[in-house]
Write a protein that binds this ligand. Structure first.
Ligand SMILES: [Ca+2]
Ligand SMILES: [Ca+2]
Length: 707
C-alpha cells in the first residue's frame, strides 16, 4: 500500500496519501462530537418548501447525524389538512450537522391557500405562496450573475431523494422574475425542456434570465411550484463575489497575519516563518524534522490546502494572477481588495495602499517564497513538508516544524518563468525588486539546465525577451512557439501537470499583448490560435451537459467538477482579445455552477449562498467556526464526483457524478481544496466577471432592499 502511495507521490498526486493519514483522527473526532451532542439532540422543522406542484418538502435540521432520525415509517403520521400524504421519500445529508428533506406527495397545491401539515415531529400551518414558498427544484446562482454575459439562466429539475428524478407532468409552467424590494415583475417566460441529463441524472428545464437587468435582489417564481433563492445581477452582487473569491488567497497566505481590519482576527502574527533545512524526499506528510537541522526564515507563499505545506504546484497562482492583470489591466487597482500591502521587515502589517495594484501584491506574495527556497546555485526546493498534520486551530498556535524537500529541477524550471514575469510587471513600481527577481530567474533557468520543461522554457523566453529585448530569447520564442498548441489538450487537466508538460496560457499570453517590444505576427497568430482552440473546446464541453459543469464525461481529478474557473480561463482570455460575446457568455455560465446552478443547488464556496458548505476540511476554519464566525470565506471545496464517506440517503454511490457529494469534513475528496486547484482560477475570474471595482463589505447587497 505504502509503495503504491509513494508512486502516486512521485507523480504528483499525493492527496491519496492524505486520505489514509487523516482517517484515524477524523474518526475519533467525529465520534466524540456525536457522543457529546447526542445528549442534546435537537431536530427542528425549519421550513416548509416544495419540490413540485404536488410535492411538499418538510425541511428539518438536526444537530446530530442520524440517518433515520425523522420518522417516515408511517404514512398516516404525515397529514396535510387531516389527509394522509400519498407517498414519502427523503434526502438526508450531512450539513450543520444534518439536513432531512422529507418529500410528501400531496394534492396539487393552490396558490394563496392555507394548509396545516402534521408530522411526527410537530405541526405547522402555512400559506402556499408561489412567490414566497421556496421550491428546491429551482437551481440558480445564489451570489451574482455577471452583467457582462448575455446568457443567464436557472435550471429547474425535480428530484425527490430516494424517490428519484421526475419530469414535469402536463404543460410546462410559466415563471416571472420579481424584485424583492417592491414585488414588481421584471421578466416573464415559460420553462423550456432541455431533456434528460446523464451527468446529473435530472430531467432538466431552463428558466431564461437574460432579460433581467443589472441589480436585485430578485426571485424567480414558477407558477404553481414556488420560488427561488434571492439572486442578483452584476453591480454589488458580482463585486462581492469577486471580493470574497480573490481574498481566499489572502486567507490562504503563509507567513502573513490575517487580522482586523483586513479579516477576522485569525492570527495577528506571521505563521511558519522558520523553515528547517532537511532537504528530504518529496512525499505527503512524511518529512521528519528533528529540530536539529539548520534553519532559515522565510515569508510568502500559501498553505497548500487544509494543511500547511508549500509546494511547487502553487506557482500557478502568481502566474495566473499576472496573466489576468495583463489581460484586464483596467480592472485591477490598488486598495481594491482590502488586503495589507505594507509590512515591516518581519512581515507584521503596517497598512495598505502601496500604490501597486492589489493583484500584483498578491502575485508577489505567491512568488517571493520561492526566492527564499532558491539556493545560491540557482536550484529550488520542491517545497516544505512535515510529518503528519497541523492541529485544527489557527496556525498562530501551530508548533509543527516544516522542513525543506529536495532541490528539484521542475521547481527551478517553473520558477524561472515566474520570476522573470514578476520582474517585468513589478519594474514600473520597484526597479530594485525587478533586478533581484531577474537574477533569481536567470539562476533558476541555468540550474534547471537540460531538465527545463518545454512549457517553462517558452515561458522564460517570452518574459525575458519582453523584459530585456534579448534577441536570443526572442529567437527561442519563435523556435518553440508551435508547441503552445498543446494548450487546448491540457488546459483542463489536473493542475499538477502545470509543473510539468501541461500548458498554462500564462506561458505565452504576454507575447500576444506585448506593446513595448516588436513581435513576430506569425508567432502571435500561433499563440492566439492556441487560446481560441482551447476556448472552442470548452464551449463544446459546456454544451454537453445540462448544468454548466464544463467537464466531458471522462474527465476526473479531485475537484474537477468545481474547477470551472480553470475551464473558463481560455474563454475569458479569448474574450479579452476579441470581445466576441460568446466567449464571455461561456465563462460566465461556467462560473455560475459552483454558486448554486448545479443539481444539488449547493453553493460550494464558503461564506456565500443560501445553501452553504459547512464543513470544509480546513484547520483554520475549525478555529473560526469555534469562534462562531463560520468557515473562512471564499474556500471552494472539491465538491461532487468520486468517492467518500458520510451519511446520505440515498447512498451517493448509486447517484450521477454531479450528485456524489456529502458535506463531510473527513471526506477530503469532497470537502478539501487546494490553493493551486480550487482557489487559483476563481480568484482571478470572478473579479473580471464583476468588471473590477471595489466592494464595501459593510453592505451585503442581499440584506438591503435596493431600488
Ligand atoms: Ca501535506
Ligand atoms: Ca496594493
Amino acid at each position: 500500500m505504502l509503495r503504491i502511495l509513494s508512486v502516486h507521490c512521485e507523480r504528483g498526486e499525493p492527496k491519496l496519501a492524505q486520505f489514509i493519514h487523516r482517517m484515524k483522527p477524523v474518526f475519533i473526532s467525529v465520534f466524540c462530537l456525536w457522543f457529546s451532542l447526542a445528549a442534546n439532540a435537537e431536530l427542528t422543522l425549519k421550513e416548509i418548501r416544495t419540490a413540485s406542484k404536488d410535492v411538499l418538502v418538510a425541511y428539518f435540521q438536526s444537530n446530530v447525524i442520524i440517518s433515520n432520525e425523522v420518522n417516515t415509517a408511517e404514512l398516516a403520521a404525515w397529514r396535510l389538512n387531516g389527509q394522509p400524504v400519498k407517498a414519502i421519500s427523503k434526502f438526508v445529508t450531512e450539513a450543520d450537522a444534518c439536513d432531512h428533506h422529507i418529500y410528501l406527495q400531496v394534492p396539487v397545491l393552490v396558490n394563496g391557500t392555507s394548509y396545516t401539515l402534521r408530522t411526527p415531529h410537530g405541526e405547522r400551518t402555512f400559506v402556499f405562496n408561489e412567490e414566497r414558498t421556496f421550491c428546491e427544484s429551482i437551481k440558480s446562482n445564489q451570489s451574482g450573475y455577471s452583467a457582462l454575459s448575455r446568457v443567464r439562466y436557472a435550471n429547474f429539475a425535480i428530484w425527490l431523494g430516494d424517490g428519484g428524478s421526475r419530469q414535469i407532468s402536463g404543460d410546462l409552467p410559466s415563471y416571472k422574475v420579481i424584485k424583492q424590494a417592491d414585488g414588481k415583475t421584471i421578466a416573464r417566460g415559460k420553462l423550456q425542456s432541455i431533456g434528460e441529463d446523464a451527468s446529473s441524472g435530472d430531467f432538466v428545464y431552463r428558466i431564461d434570465l437574460s432579460a433581467v437587468p443589472e441589480g436585485g435582489p430578485y426571485k424567480i417564481a414558477v407558477q404553481g411550484y414556488g420560488c427561488s433563492h434571492p439572486f442578483g445581477v452584476g453591480a454589488e452582487f458580482s463585486r462581492r463575489l469577486g471580493f470574497v473569491s480573490f481574498r481566499s488567497l489572502y486567507h490562504q497566505r503563509c507567513g502573513c497575519p490575517i487580522a482586523e481590519p483586513y479579516a477576522w482576527n485569525i492570527k495577528t502574527n506571521p505563521c511558519h516563518t522558520t523553515v528547517w533545512q532537511v532537504n528530504g524526499p518529496i512525499g505527503e506528510a512524511r518529512l521528519i524534522v528533528t529540530g536539529n537541522e539548520p534553519t532559515f526564515t522565510a515569508f510568502g507563499g500559501y498553505h497548500d490546502a487544509g494543511d500547511a505545506d508549500r509546494r511547487t504546484y502553487h506557482m500557478d497562482v502568481p502566474v495566473t494572477l499576472m496573466t489576468t492583470y495583463e489581460a484586464f489591466p483596467q480592472m485591477f487597482t490598488d486598495d481594491q481588495f482590502n488586503i495589507p500591502d505594507k509590512f515591516d521587515e518581519n512581515y507584521h502589517i503596517v497598512g495598505k495602499g502601496n500604490g501597486i495594484p492589489d493583484i500584483l501584491d498578491e502575485a508577489m506574495w505567491g512568488t517571493m517564497f520561492w526566492e527564499y527556497m532558491q539556493e545560491t546555485n540557482g536550484q529550488v526546493h520542491w517545497g516544505t513538508e512535515t510529518k503528519g498534520y497541523s492541529p485544527f486551530t489557527t496556525y498562530e498556535k501551530d508548533s509543527t516544524r516544516f522542513g525543506t524537500e529536495v532541490l528539484d529541477p521542475r521547481s527551478a524550471s517553473f520558477a524561472s518563468g515566474m520570476f522573470m514575469h514578476m520582474a517585468r510587471l513589478i519594474k514600473p513600481y520597484n526597479a530594485a525588486r525587478s533586478q533581484e527577481l531577474q537574477k533569481h530567474a536567470e539562476a533558476a533557468f541555468a540550474a534547471a539546465g537540460g531538465d527545463v520543461r518545454l512549457t517553462h522554457k517558452l515561458y522564460f523566453a517570452v518574459e525575458k525577451y519582453l523584459l530585456t529585448g534579448d534577441e536570443a530569447a526572442h529567437q527561442l520564442v519563435k523556435d518553440l512557439s508551435t508547441n503552445a498548441s498543446g494548450y487546448a489538450n491540457t488546459y483542463n487537466g489536473a493542475p499538477e501537470s502545470f509543473a510539468g508538460n501541461g500548458w498554462l496560457a500564462s506561458y505565452f499570453f504576454s507575447y500576444i499583448v506585448a506593446r513595448d517590444r516588436p513581435t513576430d505576427p506569425l508567432v502571435v497568430d500561433r499563440f492566439k490560435a492556441a487560446i481560441r482552440a482551447a476556448a472552442e473546446k470548452e464551449i463544446e464541453y459546456l454544451a454537453g451537459n445540462a448544468y454548466p459543469v464544463g467537464t466531458p464525461p471522462n474527465l476526473r481529478w479531485w475537484g474537477s467538477n468545481t474547477a470551472q474557473g480553470q475551464y473558463a480561463y481560455p474563454c475569458l482570455l479569448q474574450w479579452s482579445l476579441t470581445r466576441e460575446q460568446k466567449y464571455i457568455d461561456a465563462a460566465s455560465q461556467l462560473m455560475d455552477y459552483v454558486q448554486g446552478l448545479n443539481p444539488i443547488g449547493k453553493c460550494y464556496m464558503t461564506g456565500l449562498g443560501f445553501n452553504r458548505v459547512h464543513n470544509p476540511h480546513d484547520r483554520e476554519s475549525a478555529y473560526t467556526k469555534r469562534q462562531g464566525w463560520g468557515p473562512r470565506p471564499g474556500i471552494l471545496v472539491f465538491g461532487p464526483g468520486g468517492t467518500g464517506r458520510g451519511v446520505s440517503i440515498p447512498a451517493v454511490g448509486g447517484l450521477a457524478r454531479e450528485r456524489k457529494y456529502i458535506d463531510n469534513l473527513g471526506s477530503i475528496q469532497w470537502s478539501e481544496f487546494t490553493v493551486y486547484q480550487s482557489l487559483c482560477f476563481p480568484s482571478a475570474v470572478y473579479p473580471v466577471l464583476g468588471q473590477g471595482g471595489k466592494y464595501d463589505d459593510a453592505h451585503d447587497p442581499f440584506s438591503m432592499p435596493q431600488k
